[in-house]
Design a protein around this ligand. Structure first.
Ligand code: GDP
Ligand code: MG
Length: 163
């Protein structure tokens, strides 16, 4: 079975944009993955000659912040169970929100490789704002722009090296 990379984070940070850039083909449902739920998208990707499955989480999450919070916790724990590596996406335009801090708290307990992708770094002047995300306490951060693909190569180099 190929390795699984899960993309987690609160709504609107750009998870699906990055996922859509990453995947070459979208699998309806992957049977071999346990605990498959309909609120996640599965796809196949390849980088540096390494094939892996990608899970985009939170696809159908709608509602208030309270609803989000329980749902995101559930998504994060599912991702922790299933994935071999986790990409935690945050948004440089918003900075660290309370929900980001909560997700980081859950992820810090884990031994699986975690990669912090600071998304929406569309210009070099945004770069200065990325450093605050070191305060999440999850190690190295990767500035990316999921929309243009900028920075995603360095992130994927690190992710596949950890698989
Ligand atoms: P998700 O809820 O985390 O899956 O986020 P989406 O992928 O649906 O994106 C949320 C919003 O962020 C959309 O309006 C995207 O167009 C926007 N977005 C995604 N990636 C980027 C980026 O690299 N730069 C900018 N400026 N906006 C982005
Ligand atoms: Mg989405």
């Amino acid at each position: 079975m190929s390795s699984i990379v899960a993309i987690v984070g609160r709504p609107n940070v750009g998870k699906s944009t990055f996922f859509n850039r990453l995947i070459q083909r979208r699998d309806a449902i992957v049977d071999s993955v346990s605990g498959v739920t309909r609120d996640r998208n599965y796809g196949k990707s390849e980088w540096n000659g390494r094939e892996f499955s990608v899970i985009d989480t939170g696809g159908y999450v709608k509602g208030s912040d309270d609803v989000f919070e329980g749902e995101i916790r559930r998504q994060v724990s599912l991702a922790i169970d299933e994935a071999d590596a986790i990409i935690f996406v945050v948004d440089v335009e918003e900075g660290i929100t309370p929900m980001d801090a909560e997700v980081a708290r859950l992820l810090r307990k884990e031994t699986k490789p975690i990669f912090v992708a600071v998304n929406k770094v569309d210009s070099s002047k945004r770069m200065d704002d990325t450093f605050e995300f070191y305060n999440l306490g999850l190690g190295e951060i990767f500035p990316i722009a999921g929309m243009s693909g900028s920075g995603t190569g360095d992130l994927l180099d690190a992710v596949v090296a950890a698989l």
